[in-house]
Design a protein around this ligand. Structure first.
Ligand SMILES: *Cc1c(COP(=O)(O)O)cnc(C)c1O
Length: 466
């Protein structure tokens, strides 16, 4: 399988290089040059198969044989999903007649990001051992990505991870999930600044070519193809359990960066051709405005109860845009350029009409999020986290269409206890493996919002990479 850039000019790469590179050199995102189909019979067979077997079947065609052989890939996948604390890995739970929760929070850090990052951490280690190379991962997080990435990379050979978060601006649970990890290759940096400042510092490190090459910088953000790939799997397993491809399903996906729902689109292209994809946004609704009315225009971020979806620009949307422009990289480059320049995506109405065959969008603002948490608790005795509630809020707005609705439950309620308690009057408890989180010792250094300071820190603390 070859991977091509959405901007059309970077060289095509194989899987290994795409995993290590992340962003393409022309500024685009890598996608496979073709979708690997899964037949109707294979999808039916997933209903009774284990999660690891389905993951192997879905992902194997995207991973070159010289990168990893069949047996080693099976082992790697087996180890990845063995750390989840539910035998089904991604269990479905019925809420009422045609609404289901797909619980994606049984991984070590309680959010769906574990599905991809637990896989990616092991894949990095495998590739680096094979190449006898060492990398330095740098990232910025507003919460969930950082904890999932740190958990996935801790103690792994041949890599160090430096994670920047805005000091005082992530929740206590999220911060402690990062700062209480004790492995010596994990480095937490609190920045005196905002999440955007953290992101700018990371960009600054990547743009400094001397620094980038000396430390062999790598990234784990959601534009990495391997993360999308690992997320495709649960769309297939969930749909199969509800009778796909013979029964129609809709996926309702709480989203900000368009990463998770883009994996749903990949599953759609690979074989779930009847599935509809419902984009659920909070009050930061740039995606919903696009799917409703073709209007993709940037506005200010308004902080919400579902902070992992408080995003202005959905970076993974570019991957869909590539298909909406009939895989014309020059057209994507021009459209993204105009979007960055004017704040509005050109040709919105035409693009929306094409996307509308598969996607629709709904928004759920903060008040309705809390109401949904409260009413779901009252009616079903289930606590849902605020991101999941944004998905359930979308279901409430959807007209009956004869499909089974699969709402992706992207986080455990105990990851966002304050909002859940405010809504339902009950404080959700952390699962057993995190029960002593608030007694564990924290390890984190606070640095000024200054590129040279952060670079010096990374250089000093990643000695083996230099
Ligand atoms: C990251 C995250 C999201 C948004 O996912 P995208 O792939 O960026 O759309 C939603 N919910 C939770 C809990 C998250 O951590």
């Amino acid at each position: 399988m070859r991977y091509i850039s959405t901007r059309g000019t970077a060289p095509a790469l194989g899987f290994e290089d795409v995993v290590l590179t992340g962003l393409a050199r022309d500024g685009g995102l890598y996608i496979p040059d073709q979708w690997s189909p899964v037949s109707a019979d294979e999808i039916r067979s997933f209903a009774g198969a284990g999660y690891g077997d389905c993951a192997y079947r879905v992902m194997r065609p995207y991973i070159d044989g010289f990168c990893i052989d069949d047996a080693a890939l099976r082992t790697l996948i087996g180890e990845t999903y063995a750390v989840f604390d539910n035998a089904d890995v991604a269990p479905l739970r019925q809420l009422d007649g045609d609404t289901w929760l797909l619980e994606l929070f049984h991984g070590p850090t309680l959010a769906f990001k574990d599905f991809a990052l637990q896989f990616l951490g092991r894949m990095f280690e495998h590739i680096l051992a094979k190449r006898e190379a060492r990398i330095t991962i740098v990232g910025a997080t507003s919460g969930d990505t950082g904890s999932a990435a740190i958990e996935a990379c801790q103690g792994r050979d041949n890599l160090d991870i430096f994670m920047l978060h805005p000091a005082g601006r992530v929740s206590d649970v999220q911060r402690r999930q990062m700062t209480t990890v004790r492995a010596p290759n994990v480095h937490n940096i609190a920045i005196d600044g905002t999440f955007d400042d953290c992101q700018d510092l990371v960009k600054g490190m990547f743009n400094d070519e001397g620094f980038r090459d000396a430390l062999n910088l790598s990234a784990v953000n959601s534009i990495n193809w391997a993360r999308v790939m690992a997320q495709i799997v649960y769309y297939f397993t969930a749909a199969a359990k509800l009778g796909a491809p013979d029964q129609p399903v809709s996926f309702v996906v709480p989203t900000g960066n368009f990463g998770n729902v883009y994996a749903g689109y990949a599953a759609h292209q690979m074989g779930l051709a009847d599935a509809r994809l419902i984009v659920a946004s909070n009050q930061n609704d740039i995606l919903t405005r696009f799917f409703e009315a073709g209007d993709m225009s940037i506005s200010l971020v308004k902080p919400s109860y579902s902070p992992s979806m408080d995003i202005q620009i959905s970076s993974n949307f570019e991957r869909l845009l590539f298909d909406l422009f009939d895989r014309d990289g020059a057209a994507v480059t021009s459209a993204i350029g105009k979007f960055r320049e004017t704040g509005t995506l050109p040709e919105g109405a035409r693009l929306r009409a094409a996307a509308g065959k598969v996607f629709s969008g709904f928004r759920t603002v903060d008040d309705d999020t809390l109401t949904t948490i409260r009413e779901t608790h009252a009616a079903n005795d289930i606590l849902v986290d605020p991101h999941t509630a944004v998905g359930l809020g979308a279901v409430r707005q959807m007209a009956a269409d004869g499909t089974q609705r699969i709402v992706l439950a992207t986080a455990h309620p105990a990851k966002f206890p304050d909002a859940v308690e405010k809504a339902a009057g009950v404080r959700p408890e952390l699962p057993a493996h995190l029960a002593d989180l608030f007694e564990r010792e924290e390890r984190c250094d606070t640095l000024a919002n200054d590129l040279a300071t952060v670079q010096a820190y990374v250089r000093d603390n990643a000695p083996a990479a230099a």
